[in-house]
Design a binder for this molecule. Structure first.
Ligand SMILES: Nc1ccn([C@H]2C[C@H](O)[C@@H](COP(=O)(O)OP(=O)(O)OP(=O)(O)O)O2)c(=O)n1
Length: 124
């Protein structure tokens, strides 16, 4: 269920990858863009958007303290572009991204078990 805000944004109680996938598929198809949305083109578009995140920002603190609302909105848009291209890439490859991500998290948990006696690790 969606509600429109005054600023034109939509709010949802939660959005599924499946909903994004279906809406993106419709978005591309009504514009005749399917033929451009090959896996390779979508990957290049994704990488292009990725490179714009935090451009010129230096180190960024959690929660983005002192950022203007314009800067936060811009970041939201860049992150959304990355997500939307990723969802489309998985779709045109015929993959179930949500299921794949859940399976990968299970694998990750086996690979990196919690060891309660050791201090937090910085990664691998
Ligand atoms: N062939 C395309 C072109 C765009 N989009 C969608 C996915 C992205 O969410 C958004 C990207 O649009 P732009 O390339 O216009 O990028 P920006 O919105 O970031 O604009 P700008 O680069 O001017 O900041 O549009 C898409 O699905 N397929």
């Amino acid at each position: 269920m969606e509600h429109s805000h005054d600023d034109g944004r939509l709010s949802t109680k939660g959005v599924s990858l499946q909903e994004l996938r279906d809406r993106l598929s419709e978005f591309a198809s009504v514009r005749g863009w399917d033929r451009f949305h090959s896996p390779r083109n979508l990957l290049l578009a994704l990488v292009g958007e990725l490179s714009e995140i935090f451009q010129w920002k230096g180190e960024v603190a959690r929660g983005l303290p002192n950022w203007t609302s314009d800067d936060k909105e811009h970041l939201e848009e860049e992150l959304s572009d990355v997500l939307l291209y990723l969802v489309q890439l998985a779709d045109v490859c015929g993959l179930d991204l949500g299921q794949a991500a859940l399976s990968k998290m299970v694998k990750n948990a086996h690979k990196y078990p919690v060891v309660s006696s050791s201090p937090p690790s910085t990664g691998n």
